[in-house]
Write a protein that binds this ligand. Structure first.
Ligand code: OSB
Ligand code: MG
Length: 368
């Protein structure tokens, strides 16, 4: 597929409520939207990099820069490059997986749209809907958190994830468990806020029947995660540590986790995400689909991935309204606690031009 050029568009989308994690607070999403133009048609994708390099090293200005200066030129140098070969073409550039994922996904969207095939069918999805989960940020008080949990359970969410950090862990988890009972599917995410010296403290969470504890330690602490996993009954799940199928294989071999949060953006795209799914399925390691406060565009792709048979735990896949008053696509809504997997060609959704116009802060055309 020949690439005519790529449009980079920056969007500013206010979040409906501030989202606080151990790494900082988000009040709006600074989205990098990628549109690949080919003679056969166009494809879209959203880059999941955040505005600041606090969750991982990547950040949105850096992603735009590496696409502009290195990744698009690498693709343009390969006539006939397609989504399948894009990863290899971009491999000389180290890291920058979120930027690579955006380009690969936009190419994949263009190809699948031209072929009239959905991403879900291409990936091998086995379901037409997936249960919705919600990730709730660190709040000012436990009563405020309990209200937020109650509100989301009323809407039908099947699973709740609480962000934790030192000083906001055992007490909020206990309060949620006591108020909503043992049946609630509950898990926590520390975004690397602890060290192995906190093992005894984290073991206090074992009393609350959590599905998992996500990324308790630093992203490069695989060996320490393995040591921690031996000291906890709560299953350890990795997010930030897993940037590729190779990382997943290493983590499984070391016993650093028994669950993996798969985020297509973090691992370089849907093709690598599916490899991690296949690897984990072969090793009996559960996977679920994480989120990065995506717009409807990224959400559509994540729903396709989450419909694969190995995604046995509910993901961080929420309705559009949990994030944005106005999404850039037709909004995703909860039906009976589930989100419907798109069936249209490619990602199955496209940005709405009127909304895009309103939220766009900059546009740049890169001829290839
Ligand atoms: O650690 O999983 C995370 C959002 C942004 C960056 C990192 C994370 C998250 C979330 C929210 O937990 C998931 C979502 O609802 O999109
Ligand atoms: Mg996480």
């Amino acid at each position: 597929m020949k690439i005519t050029g790529v449009e980079l568009r920056r969007l500013a989308l206010p979040l409906v409520s501030p989202f606080r994690t151990s790494t900082g607070v988000q009040t709006r999403r600074d989205v990098l939207l990628v549109r690949v133009v080919t003679p056969e048609g166009e494809g879209f994708a959203e880059c999941v990099a955040m505005a600041d390099p606090h969750y991982t090293a990547e950040y949105v200005d850096g992603a735009a820069d590496v696409i502009r200066r290195f990744l698009l030129p690498a693709l343009a140098a390969r006539p006939g490059v397609d989504a399948q070969s894009a990863g290899r073409a971009m491999a000389p550039v180290r890291g920058h997986r979120m930027a690579k994922a955006a380009l690969e996904t936009a190419l994949l969207d263009a190809e699948l749209r031209a072929a009239g095939r959905s991403l879900a069918a291409f990936l091998g999805a086995s379901r037409d809907r997936v249960p919705a989960g919600v990730a709730l940020g660190i709040m000012r008080s436990v009563p405020e958190l309990l209200d937020a949990v109650a509100g989301h359970l009323d809407q039908g969410y099947a699973r709740v994830k609480l962000k934790i950090e030192p000083g906001w862990d055992v007490a909020p988890v206990r309060a949620v468990r006591e108020r909503f009972g043992d049946e609630l599917l509950l898990q926590v995410d520390a975004n690397a806020a602890y060290t192995l010296a906190d093992a005894a403290h984290l073991a206090r969470l074992d009393d609350f029947g959590l599905l998992l504890i996500e990324q308790p330690l630093a992203e490069d602490d695989l060996v320490q995660h393995a040591a921690l996993a031996r000291r906890l009954r709560t299953p350890v799940c990795l997010d930030e540590s897993i940037e590729s199928a190779r990382h997943a294989a290493a983590a499984i071999t070391l016993g650093a986790c028994s669950v993996i949060n798969v985020k297509p953006g973090r691992v370089g795209g849907y093709l690598e995400a599916r490899r991690i799914h296949d690897l984990c399925a072969a090793h009996g390691v559960a996977v679920w689909c994480g989120g990065m406060l995506e717009t409807g565009l990224g959400r559509a792709g994540n729903l396709a991935l989450a419909a694969l048979p190995g995604f046995t735990l509910p993901g961080d896949l929420s309705a559009s309204g949990r994030y944005y008053a106005t999404d850039i696509t037709e909004p995703f809504v909860l039906r009976d606690g589930h989100l419907t997997v798109p069936t249209g060609p490619g990602l199955g959704v496209t940005p709405l031009p009127e909304v895009l116009r309103e939220v766009t802060t900059a546009t740049e055309w890169l001829p290839s």
